[in-house]
Design a protein around this ligand. Structure first.
Ligand code: FAD
Ligand code: SF4
Length: 411
């Protein structure tokens, strides 16, 4: 199928104010301008498709420009923390003193969104519920009540067209909105945010890596879990294991090193294999887990708006400083050819390796850097092999600097 209704796609790369009003979103199922690299962020489902050539994270990498627009400056590449985690003024570990049952972690994201609505700071929240027939089927909405926000708790671990609701915000005449999203969604949102007619946009970012389409998710569950149909929740945790939670409340742990790499190699979406925005560098506030101790969440406050958002939930969380231990470099270097060859250990060896790594491996921020290094080197090679003509412009400077610490195969 071909793309339709694109307003003069060959013209200028710059957004044209009001051009989107005459444009129409692309038909469901049509080929998007980023083609196989499309992450289904939802922008092209709306009349904001008019800005796609400028806004799409996979057509126009513009980190430096958008960092400056969002935070007033670019990240400092000479500062190791900023190089890895982006512009920030505060970073710590946190958890809710009263966790939300059924949330992905302790529910900091849902709590913040409910509080912002409750206090009248925003009129709507862009978030993603699940479909009635599929607990992992994403259904983006603009939530107007805490109940609607809570119905969006827990990850839908698939590509989700969150920006498909942008037109609803405009049509409802909303002026103050909170958007929750992963990096590719937030990059496109930042590029069009001044066209939505808002007085204030708050952006709550989730770190994200290795996402999949719905069919890919099914393959991952079937390849990895003992009971794919009863999984309600899963996470790649800081203890180097995938934690699956099942309908009956039981937990299943699978060591990373036991994953069927050969089978799973093609499961991740091409967009995620060529993404370098793991830590959601353009959000005001980021809530993940990757830099925190096991079972804690990880908070990164990037700018003044993020600090304002954090104040809203200060009373419901306990905190501790971030820490770091171990040395990731050798493990990352070894993982590069191992991934290429699709090495899979037998389960007993994987479990043994997991115990060893948990005890002596990288922790806290060093775990986060381990994960960033492993994914950036893999994604750099993927982009170089599959999209050599895009490599130079698509990989941001900070990612090039991170990747340059490692020896990569020539081809
Ligand atoms: P909850 O209160 O349960 O709220 C979850 C929120 O996530 C909801 O508001 C919902 O709207 C939103 N959401 C759910 N699915 C999606 C989706 N597909 N796209 C956009 N928004 C969605 N953190 C890390 O530190 N490292 C990672 O590698 C990592 N990978 C992630 C991959 C995906 C696909 C997603 C969605 C999140 C990932 N996170 C990662 C973030 C982490 O898993 C938690 O979502 C985060 O810590 C918030 O937990 P919570 O209990 O506060 O969220
Ligand atoms: Fe459009 Fe988003 Fe796909 Fe880019 S990633 S082509 S902006 S839907």
């Amino acid at each position: 199928m071909t793309a339709v209704n694109l307003p003069d796609p060959t013209s200028t790369d710059k957004p044209r104010t009001l051009a989107h009003r005459r444009a129409k979103g692309l038909r469901p199922g049509s080929l998007k301008p980023a083609k196989e690299l499309c992450s289904e962020c939802g922008l092209c489902d709306t009349h904001y498709v008019a800005y796609v050539r400028n806004a799409c994270a996979f057509l126009n990498q513009q980190f430096e420009t958008l960092e400056t627009a969002s935070h007033g400056r670019q990240r400092d590449l000479g500062d190791e923390r900023e190089l890895y985690f982006g512009v920030h003024r505060e970073m710590f570990a946190a958890r809710k003193t009263e966790p939300i049952e059924g949330a992905q972690w302790t529910g900091i994201v849902s709590t913040l969104a409910c509080e912002m609505l409750g206090r009248g700071l925003v009129e709507g929240v862009v978030c993603v519920q699940n479909s009635k027939t599929d607990r992992f089927g994403p259904v983006p909405i603009v939530a107007r009540t805490p109940e609607e926000v809570l119905a969006a708790k827990v990850n839908k671990p698939t590509l989700s067209p969150n920006l498909s609701v942008l037109e609803q915000i405009e049509q409802a005449g909303m002026k103050r909105v909170l958007a929750i999203g992963v990096g590719c969604q937030i990059q496109a949102l930042r590029a069009v945010q001044h066209e939505i007619g808002l007085e204030k946009l708050y952006v709550l970012g989730l770190p994200c890596v290795d996402n999949v389409n719905r069919a890919g998710l099914q393959k991952f569950l079937e390849t990895t879990s003992r009971s794919p149909e009863t999984v309600v929740h899963y996470e790649f945790m800081q203890d180097f294991r995938v934690h699956f939670k099942h309908e009956d409340g039981s937990e299943e742990l699978v060591p990373f090193f036991g994953l069927n790499t050969k089978e799973l190699k093609d499961v991740f979406a091409p967009s995620c294999m060529s993404c370098f925005d793991y830590t959601n560098g353009l959000a005001d506030l980021v809530v993940g887990y990757m830099g925190a101790p096991f079972q804690w969440q990880w908070i990164v406050v990037r700018n003044e708006t993020g600090a304002e958002m954090l104040e809203v939930i200060r009373d419901c969380i306990e905190t501790q400083p971030v820490s770091s231990s171990g040395d990731r470099k050798q493990a990352v270097q070894q993982s590069i050819p191992a991934y290429d060859m699709g090495v899979t250990l037998p389960m007993w060896a994987a479990r043994l390796m997991g115990v060893f790594i948990e005890r002596f491996g990288p922790k806290g921020l060093e775990y986060a850097r381990f994960s960033i290094d492993s994914h950036f080197t893999r994604n750099y090679l993927y982009t170089k092999r599959n999209y050599p003509e895009k490599l130079e412009a698509h990989v941001p400077e900070f990612a090039k600097k991170i990747v340059s610490q490692y020896e990569l195969p020539e081809k």
